[in-house]
Design a protein around this ligand. Sequence first.
Ligand code: CS2
Ligand code: MN
Length: 361
Amino acid sequence: MKMTLRWFGEGYDSVTLRQIRQIPGVVGVITTLYNHQAGELWERDEIHALREKVEAEALEISGIESVNIHDDIKIGLPSRDKYIENYIKTLENLGEEGIKMVCYNFMPVFDWTRTNLAKPRHDGSTVLAYDQKVVDSIDPQVFFNQTDANSNGFVMPGWEPERLGHVKELFEAYKDVTADKLFDNLVYFLKAIMPTCEKYGINMAIHPDDPAWPVFDLPRIITNQENILKMFKAVDSPYNGLTFCTGSLGTDLKNDLPSIIRACKGRIHFAHVRNLQHFPDGTFEEAAHLSRDGSFDMYEIVNALYDIGFDGPIRPDHGRTVWGEVCMPGYGLYDRAMGACYINGLWEGIEKSTQRKANLL
Ligand code: CS2
Ligand code: MN
């Protein structure tokens, strides 16, 4: 695996490339052209300029998160073909610049959903948290406005005001999109882009739905092992893969994270590692990466990634906000840096003990 950190780009992130470079073991960033709306074409020279900026700090672009998918593609409107054409040209431009991994998601209207962006934890940090009762009792537009108002002035990924200023219209446009239709639209999109991915060696890594069930009655289709494998089979190319996100799949306690990793061997192109703490009333909040701070066994998760020979980029996912940092909720420097070191430590331990055992045989 290759340890990376997400970076939103100059002007969008409170964290600098230099700071990222100073986290031991981090070799690259996962970044994006944040100024582009879903559906727009990314020109090669813009990608090149971004690459130069990153490489000037002795880091690499290990992948893009995300090249977002236009709603017309998810809804399946006739206009989708022109947005798919832009997507293909963007992939070609990324491929020409040597970028080989693209993360995206196929969630209608909202990307990840949390009901509190700064819930105080037992240790005085604040974290993102989720309570289904809040989602059930709030109007989606009000929900967006609240999320936007609580983001410390940052635009959070997937929560662009340009799009989500019109939540009502978006809901209307999605009203006939069932889970089956959404799945067919995903397959249509993947079939159209696969030849380009094969030509340039670009791994597509779909991000699971977060949380892993329908919110606001919108369908969700990448939520468990069964529907992930169904998607792999529908477009059976090694370039059609997954972002294994512990924090998203792990919202549903029925998901056995290490066994999903093993079932997806060869198709995990990117990994997001974070810990959640689940409570008996069905709510959950994000925790420190350390296993005993939350509900997941991080050793078992990293061990499963090691076992399947995972060699793609990995990144600590959302972190807690600690030490008074002012940052985008979930995306501060300090806790994610600790997460990167912890995951690196687990990996080194697993690797060395495996090698030691093999030598003893
Ligand atoms: C989130 C998402 O869990 C996560 O990584 O912060 O915003 C994620 O980046 C997108 O769903 C990927 O398209
Ligand atoms: Mn994630």
